[in-house]
Design a protein around this ligand. Sequence first.
Ligand code: GLP
Length: 256
Amino acid sequence: MEVIVQPTAEEATEVAARIVGNLIRRKPDAVLGLATGSTPVRLYQKLVEKALDWSRITVFNLDEYVGLPQEHPQSYRVFMRENLFNQTNIRLENTHIPDGNAADLPASCRAYEEKIREAGGVDLQLLGIGSDGHIGFNEPTSSLASRTRIKTLTPRTRADNARFFGGEDAVPHHVVTMGIGTILESKKILLLAFGEGKAEALAGAVEGALTATNPASALQMHEKAIVCADAAAASRLARLDYYRWVYENKPQWQKE
Ligand code: GLP
């Protein structure tokens, strides 16, 4: 795993925006895997500021709540429209988000996997990390081989997300999420982690044992996983000085 640590979330986001922006310029028909939550909001703003051409870009989002009306302010479709889609020239037919209201959810999950395959797979998957190490909505103990499916949220994740819903009771129990196996098939992964609240999960993911109890640790199995963290999220990493040295002394041939 490549671990890039910057003093602030703003600076770490700047690095991430450069990586994503370069990909969009280099491959104008790239397939991006997108994430929601508070972590990538600033990244989306920075990408909008770069005035990139999204007209041939295809995107697949990681997850969606089950049973929220499509126009609910906390649905991830609304989130993506407000934070990115509406401010770019992306074609809405090229934006894909799991359908949390499908009459047949398992069939809709299978169809989602099929659509990703038809698009040629994900070139770059963006991820945040839950305070318990979840990626997408793959909660601890999720199968490391899992595919897009229905998951039940843990009380901790529902408590973490209560701030968006004005209370825990309003947070749905069920979600549809790409699986860990789905995520690992993307060609490159970029995980963002900001704030002290992510420090323990990030240390487990990067330096702990590969385990389903920290789903983000599955990225250790990926050939090209990059972590962009701020100092607070990186504060529990034992090899921090090493990661800093590697990044600061990156040879030209390794640069993005
Ligand atoms: C959410 C999302 C994840 C996100 C994580 C962290 O519930 N499903 O994709 O990475 O939890 O959220 P935040 O960025 O708000 O801390």
